[in-house]
Design a protein around this ligand. Structure first.
Ligand code: PLP
Length: 418
């Protein structure tokens, strides 16, 4: 029976071992209370872009605490949020003119959905359907689960979830079926928005699709009178090779969700960016047209200061070069597995690589998942496969020799598990 009152996320306490206790984090490394070092090859759930405890981000948070803590953000404002909103509008794809802060990727998606529905309702248009990709993951709150793939994660909560239009994932050679499905969904005239993870479905299995398909989906959604929402919670801040993944498709979404790397992964913060048209649809002397959303910690000044420092790191340090070097190093190494019969679907997108272990035991609940995790951890590597899908998403400070160690371990993994 449990020895700790802790209830951890995505953890089957009955079968999973007590996890290592981390006492220190620095760059790409974590250190346990026993002095062991662990290479964080998944950037602590994809958040730690520059590496742990980047000095500029740590200093900015320390400095912020000298003057501010949490301030209610309705009826009051503060400089860190004002400055950050200006910076984000400058960095994001063109046309995104307003910034709404929240606290997690899931809430940034909830906000996006509410903005889309509020937009049409305030304009007197009856559009309330959301189109999403099969296999998508947008978070674990009720709305975010509704627009995500249905499966073992959310089966118990199914009665709480709302219906959406699902279009197939644009697998290679089947892209037209995806486009056609979106066109068909658009014909009802009820579509409020298409919501997608641009270029790569993350938790759904690190499935990648081309920028041209993303551009076409955005075009079709808009031709049907719907908004285009990009969930860049995972893809933002350089993960796919550009600051935001949408840049590669040369599309500007009507709404963009960002979190994770927004603060360099140091402290929770999320933002939902929207066009002037969406903001203006909520701008009225009629108070019923207000955007009715808040959370207590919206625009926390310390988190905003961390995000401002992250923007400074992008401006002052060669982050784009680091991303390009990491992307090239990742792609080169993972390509080496293409002819290895023990793996399938070898793929990469910017700084992210993935490959599927050929195993009879597939899917997220595959027993091979926890076995792989234990195998990597025994070698001092934090890798958290999605079932039989092994992927790497290291911080941008990871070195060539650290990457070598990771790929050496991947090469050993299938035989070690037998
Ligand atoms: N959207 C995407 C694309 C994600 O990858 C995630 C988390 O992995 C989320 C939303 C949810 O973010 P959070 O876990 O911060 O709520």
């Amino acid at each position: 029976m449990p020895t700790s009152p802790l209830w951890r996320p995505f953890t089957q306490h009955a079968v999973e071992p007590t996890p290592p206790r981390i006492v220190r984090a620095e760059g790409a490394w974590l250190e346990t209370d026993g002095g062991e070092r662990i290479l964080d090859a998944i950037s602590s759930w994809w958040v730690t872009t520059h590496g742990h405890r980047h000095p500029a981000i740590m200093a900015a948070m320390r400095e912020a605490t000298e003057s501010l803590d949490q301030i209610i953000f309705a009826g009051l404002t503060h400089e860190p949020a004002e400055a950050l909103a200006r910076e984000l509008v400058g960095l994001a794809p063109t046309g995104l003119a307003h910034v709404f802060f929240s606290d997690s990727g899931s809430t940034s998606v909830e906000v996006a959905l509410k903005m889309a529905l509020g937009f049409f309702r305030n304009r007197g248009e009856a559009r309330a359907k959301i189109a999403v990709m099969e296999g998508a993951y947008h978070g674990d709150t009720i709305g975010a689960m509704s627009v995500g793939a249905r499966g073992v994660f959310n089966a118990p909560y199914e009665p709480l979830l709302f219906d959406v239009e699902r279009i197939p994932f644009p697998a290679a050679g089947r892209e037209q079926a995806t486009i056609d499905a979106l066109e068909a969904a658009g014909r009802s005239g009820e579509l409020a928005a298409l919501l997608v993870e641009p270029l790569i479905l993350g938790a759904g299995g690190m499935l990648m699709y081309p920028a041209a398909v993303l551009a076409e989906l955005a075009r079709v959604a808009r031709a049907a009178g719907a908004l285009f929402i990009a969930d860049e919670v995972m893809t933002g801040w350089g993960r796919t090779g550009t600051l935001f993944a949408c840049e590669q498709a040369d599309v500007s979404p009507d709404i963009l969700c960002t979190s994770k790397g927004l603060t360099g992964g140091a402290i929770p913060l999320a933002a939902t960016l929207a066009t002037a048209a969406i903001f203006e649809a909520h701008w009225s002397t009629d108070r019923a047209k207000t955007f009715f959303h808040s959370s207590s910690f919206t625009a926390n000044p310390i988190a905003c200061a961390a995000a401002l420092a992250n923007v400074g790191v992008w401006r002052d340090e060669p982050v784009r070069e680091r991303v390009a070097t990491l992307a090239a190093g990742q792609a080169r190494r993972v390509e080496g597995f293409r002819r290895d019969p023990r793996f399938a679907n070898v793929r990469s997108c910017g700084t992210i690589t993935a490959l599927d272990l050929r195993s009879a035991d597939i899917g997220y609940l595959a027993e091979v998942g926890p076995k792989l995790r234990a195998f990597f951890l025994a070698r001092g590597l934090l890798v958290r496969p999605l079932g039989d899908v092994i992927y790497l998403m290291p911080p941008y400070c990871v070195t060539e020799s650290e990457l070598d160690a990771l790929y050496d371990a991947i090469a050993e993994a299938p035989d070690a598990l037998e």
